[in-house]
Design a protein around this ligand. Structure first.
Ligand code: ADP
Ligand code: MG
Length: 260
């Protein structure tokens, strides 16, 4: 009788969990019940354990989804960024960036420096941390974004795509200033930026100082608006002029030659 009841209970839990869309309850309830019996847990403690398992699983899945949706080209962490190799970076600003409070405050992040100095690393690192904190993040380059928007406009779905960018908590926009935008491209990029105005953060990386951003945008009024949008309350990290990539490959070559 009691085994029948247990079996019926198992079946009822399985069916209910399926209909309530609680996959972790479905797979874990039985094992947790055995644990609870062995440890003499109360009914309340057992229920808590089952529900927490579902919540934990769901959080983990959401983080995975957020990271996948961000489409990082590779995984980089802020914790792997060697500050001692980047003396031009303000330590307090870096710590503030790592804390992610700027994402909640809707403030911009700007990484400026020469090629190979860690700008993309910082952009991905900040974006990954935000995605792991459950934020909606997307990483892209200016060129890729402008292409995507131009295609969307051709297919008459521009407003939908712009709105999707507007819903992100953080847009990581890499390689600003690498390509000179045509007027249409600049206008499309600007549309995404204004859609996000004041509400959500943008993180940009550029190898050009602010004073040269004008060369990216054909219309000087757009430059003013874009610079304004990206610098107001911005956290600015200057990664400097000394390529980390070059330095580490030189150090490797030196080690191979057996130099000091
Ligand atoms: P940028 O975007 O400025 O051209 P990257 O971020 O692509 O430079 O950096 C080039 C390589 O050097 C990457 O593999 C990056 O992880 C690494 N790198 C750069 N700076 C640092 C640093 N301070 N600490 C650790 N790795 C770094
Ligand atoms: Mg880069």
């Amino acid at each position: 009788m009691s085994t029948m009841t247990e079996a019926a209970a198992e079946a009822a839990i399985g069916a209910a969990a399926l209909s309530l869309r609680l996959p972790t309850v479905r797979t874990e309830a039985s094992r947790l019940a055995d644990d609870a019996a062995r440890e003499g847990l109360s009914h309340r403690a057992y229920l808590a354990a089952v529900l927490c398992a579902e919540v934990d699983e769901r959080d983990a899945r959401r983080v995975e989804r957020r990271v996948a949706e961000a489409r990082f080209p590779r995984i980089k962490r802020l914790s792997d960024f060697d500050l001692s190799a980047a003396p031009s970076i303000n330590r307090a600003t870096f710590a503030a960036v790592a804390s992610l409070s700027w994402v909640d405050a809707g403030q911009p992040l700007v990484a400026l420096g020469d090629p190979g100095t860690g700008k993309t690393h910082i952009l991905i690192g900040a974006g990954l941390a935000a995605a792991e904190a459950g934020k909606r993040v997307r990483y892209t380059t200016v060129a890729a974004l402008v292409n995507e928007l131009a295609e969307a406009a051709d297919e008459r779905v521009l407003s939908r795509v712009v709105a999707r960018y507007g819903r992100l908590d953080l847009l990581c926009l890499d390689e600003l200033g690498y390509v000179k935008l045509d007027p249409r491209g600049a206008e499309l990029l600007f549309q995404v930026m204004t859609e996000r105005e004041e509400r959500a953060s943008i993180a940009v990386a550029s190898n050009a100082p602010f004073s040269e951003w004008g060369q990216t945008f054909p219309d000087p009024r757009l430059v003013g608006a874009v610079v304004d949008r990206l610098t107001f309350n911005a956290h600015i990290l200057e990664t400097g002029t000394s390529s980390y990539r070059l330095r580490s490959s030189r150090a490797r070559a030196k080690a191979q030659r057996g130099d000091q």
